[in-house]
Design a protein around this ligand. Structure first.
Ligand code: DAS
Length: 356
């Protein structure tokens, strides 16, 4: 009798153990999707409407329900943080989003975050978060180039890939990532390169960091610049960011834009120069005058690739200007904004442009 009882107990124990092992084996990551709008949430009048559709109309739960495969790779929850076309993204939106991301990632039951976003300013939001997220857990920003109603809509597969990436251990500690078109890009260097095609997100010369194949991430390189937990920026107590604007250079440009932006209260000004960040003679005096008023000037370049050389096309040491390194004008604006929350010392700000 005693033998029968102990055999039964052993069987129950082994069965329970097998269940626990099996559950552990398929423990899915917990991924939160923060929806902000964009084309991925867009709808068109017909299945062939790929331009002239309405962005930011489909809610986060509908986005998740449209891709049931997601539930096989992660325990997913969704929050509708905003519902906007991303050309309307603002500093205030960024602060709200960053604070929500940091609260969620501080929770042990959140393994990663996906942010669905319009593609127009996706690269900017990704870089802003790359500088202010205070966690090594994956944060993946994703969008689409075709609305949810279109033939071969790219949103569902992009979302599936992004959730897989956000739940993967391989993505931990790599900074904010952009997952689009089966590619993985680092937030600092990626840019939207085409107005309408699905392969628009490119990291032209510095290169993407990996691929998504069969929903799985494969990494081939890592970034060298500091990000997330390694940065000195903390937005947790900020409700506003310093006003920083961009002035674009072109043949025949004068100083009207620079003067107007300074008069409107810019604390920092990024000059999107021609070539290697060159300063047109008609614009330079206004930039010098702005610097004398205390506005921090960053020389960037409109060309898209390459290093803006310090003391190259202008004597930055003498002018007390900062150079943007390889950051595009729109991303230099983001770093200058955050830099100005810490200091107005141009030597310290230049250090930041060589660090992040
Ligand atoms: N208007 C664009 C935006 O919201 C649509 C998109 O491509 O997502 O960024």
């Amino acid at each position: 009798m005693l033998f029968q009882k102990s055999k039964h107990t052993l069987f129950v124990f082994l069965f329970a153990l097998a269940g626990a092992v099996q559950a552990q084996a398929v423990k899915l990551p917990n991924v939160t999707i923060l929806a902000t709008g964009g084309t991925i949430a867009g709808t068109g009048a017909t299945s062939t409407t790929t331009v002239g559709y309405t962005a930011a109309t489909v809610g986060v739960q509908a986005l998740i329900q449209a891709v049931p495969e997601i539930t096989k790779v992660a325990n997913v929850s969704g929050e509708q943080v905003f519902q906007i076309a991303s050309e309307n993204m603002s500093n205030e939106h960024w602060l709200t989003l960053a604070k929500r991301v940091n609260v969620l990632l501080s929770q042990p039951n959140v393994d990663g975050i996906v942010i669905t976003h319009g593609t127009d300013t996706l690269e900017e939001t990704a870089y802003f978060l790359n500088l202010v997220v205070k966690s090594r857990k994956p944060v993946v920003v994703v969008g689409s180039m075709r609305p949810s109603t279109a033939l071969s809509a790219d949103g569902p597969i992009n979302l599936y890939n992004a959730v897989q990436l956000a739940g993967s251990q391989a993505a931990v500690g790599r900074g904010v990532l952009v997952a689009m078109n089966d590619q993985i890009h680092a937030a600092r260097d990626v840019t939207k390169s085409n107005t309408t095609t699905a392969d628009t997100f490119r990291t032209a010369e510095l290169g993407m960091v990996g691929y998504l194949q069969g929903g799985k991430p494969f990494f081939y390189r890592d970034v060298t610049r500091k990000h997330t937990v390694e940065t000195e920026f903390d937005v947790s107590k900020l409700d506003v960011l310093p006003q920083v604007d961009v002035a674009y250079a072109y043949a025949n440009v004068g100083d009207v834009a620079v003067k107007a932006l300074v008069a409107a209260g810019a604390k920092g000004l990024v000059h999107a120069g021609v070539g290697n960040g060159s300063l047109p003679a008609k614009t330079k005096p206004a930039l010098v005058a702005a610097r004398e008023k205390g506005v921090v000037i960053v020389r960037s370049a409109r060309v898209g690739q390459g290093i803006v050389a310090r003391n190259g096309e202008a004597n930055d040491d003498q002018l007390d200007f900062v150079v943007s390194d390889t950051l595009s004008p729109q991303k230099a604006r983001i770093l200058l904004m955050l830099a100005l929350t810490k200091t107005s010392d141009t030597k310290d700000i230049q250090r930041m442009f060589y660090t992040y």
